[in-house]
Design a protein around this ligand. Structure first.
Ligand code: SF4
Length: 464
């Protein structure tokens, strides 16, 4: 491969991370979190690591073997344990809970149908007429606690996009985004409160990780979206949720157990789960190779989206810091294993950043990596985040990048940057406190250099 051109060094203006080792005000915490979760002996920039205090149990994500240092996780706040919810449990487990309350086992199925099929909210007890009044309270308390409280809701795109900011019972913040399209409706969900991966272009990554979300906290975001659509609360009339993308806050495969359980719950028909098609589910990752391989063996025919963002390790080390642990070649090898096991095309996510990774030489290098593979490239014009001077590639640059890939036979689309004006687009989800929220009512403009697939990007999360 011909040498790739040097990229322009990004200037940042007070963001949480300086990706090139400069003097970003809060550079230490996020880097330290990433370094301690994945524990390289030293950071690629030579950043000096000092031990940090673990405040919670570590993530159940894949921990690299043999990397030397014990894995410890430092969180930005003390984490709590969410209350048990029926979506955390299998059908049999729910039935056991009902029996333990002195109720027939089928009461658990009745409650599950209210939640998954009728999309009844936890406080709409009057709708649960098939449950004896005396049984409702104990059953709801044991199986349907309120896990997420909406703190604000913002809309744009003529009411077709809605971002919901949530607060968990222990005060963790997260966001999800519902997007309505002519042919489908998608919800982008968070798998963690915050994120420890530290990608410098992503607002979520700049805040660090608070904690993993539980299975039910993930599922609740999806059930809420289905409810909103069914009740015509989004523009466009009554709708049915068709797609779920794990591209909100967090690295889904770093919360492996909860995410895979949530996938199963979303696919299973009521009363076990929501009954969505697995083909409508997409899990993104920055490239946690052991977890990608494990997912390939789960028998879950969901789409895998790999947030690549650069074809070369030198640049990807900076854009996606975990690349220093699992470089491009290893990530793509795991992606092709997943494609073979699932029979599903892998989505390669690539944020186009002006003057950083959008040169045609990198388009050629990317095409070389993907030639002949079961893959599709999803280009994401970078969405702006506070504190970063990086910006999206100019339209002409986007078009040139697309042309170059397509000329090499690589299926390529440009992502619709839905929700940009309410910080709901890829890379923008930051779970700001309500007082800092911006109110935007105008529509977002969609920039596209080619076809659009309309799915969100990771980190706006949805930017990956
Ligand atoms: S892009 Fe994804 S993995 Fe990277 S910091 Fe943002 S949320 Fe985390």
């Amino acid at each position: 491969m011909a040498p790739l051109p040097p990229r322009r060094r990004p200037a940042r203006t007070g963001g949480a991370i300086d990706p090139v080792g400069g003097a970003g005000r809060c550079a230490l915490p996020v880097r330290a979190i990433v370094a301690f979760v994945y524990a390289p002996a030293s950071w690629h920039t030579g950043f000096a690591m000092t031990p940090m205090t673990a405040e919670s149990e570590p993530s159940d994500g894949p921990m690299p073997a043999g990397t030397g240092r014990p894995v410890r996780l430092s969180l930005t706040r003390r984490a709590g344990r969410p209350a048990r919810h029926l979506a955390d449990l299998s059908r049999d487990e729910r039935r056991q809970v009902a029996v333990s309350l002195g109720q027939p086992a089928f009461r658990a199925d009745q409650l599950s149908r209210h939640y998954f099929a009728r999309l009844v909210d936890a406080d709409e007890t009057e709708a649960m007429t098939d449950l004896p009044e005396g049984a409702r309270g104990p059953l709801l308390e044991a199986l349907l606690p309120r896990l997420l409280m909406p703190t604000r809701t913002l809309s744009c795109d003529d009411g077709l996009t809605r971002k919901i900011a949530w607060r968990t019972a222990d005060g963790a913040l997260l966001e999800s985004v519902i997007m309505r399209y002519p042919d489908r409706a998608t919800v982008c969900v968070s798998s963690q409160a915050g994120c420890g991966m530290g990608c410098p272009f992503c607002a979520t990554g700049q805040g660090g990780l608070t904690r993993n979300l539980s299975t039910a906290e993930i599922v609740e975001q999806v059930v809420h979206a289905a409810r909103v659509l069914r009740r015509r609360e989004l523009a466009g009339g009554e709708g049915r949720l068709s797609n779920v993308v794990f591209m909100g806050m967090g690295e889904p495969l770093a919360n492996y157990t909860a995410v895979t359980a949530a996938l199963r719950r979303l696919i299973a028909p009521p009363p076990e789960g929501l009954g969505l098609s697995a083909r409508g589910l997409t899990v993104s990752t920055v490239g946690l190779v052991p977890a990608m391989r494990r997912l390939a063996g789960e028998g879950l025919p969901v789409t895998l989206a790999v947030s690549l963002h650069a074809p070369d390790d030198e640049l990807r080390d900076e854009l996606v810091p975990i690349n220093t642990r699992w470089p491009v070649a290893e990530v793509l090898a795991a992606a092709w294993e997943y494609a073979e096991a699932s029979g599903r095309r892998v989505s390669i996510e690539y944020a186009l950043i002006d003057g950083v990774n959008d040169d045609v030489a990198r388009a050629d290098a990317l095409a070389t990596l993907l030639a002949g593979r079961l893959a599709h490239v999803n280009l994401i014009p970078l969405n702006p985040t506070d504190g970063s001077s990086w910006r999206a590639s100019a339209p002409a640059g986007q078009r040139a990048f697309v042309r170059r890939l397509r000329a090499r036979g690589i299926a390529t689309t440009v992502r619709d940057t839905r929700g940009r004006e309410i910080a709901a687009a890829c890379g923008q989800l930051a779970a700001e406190p309500a007082g800092r929220a911006r109110h935007v009512e105008s529509a977002t403009t969609v920039e596209a250099a080619g076809a659009t697939n309309g799915s969100p990007a990771h980190g706006n999360r949805v930017l990956r």
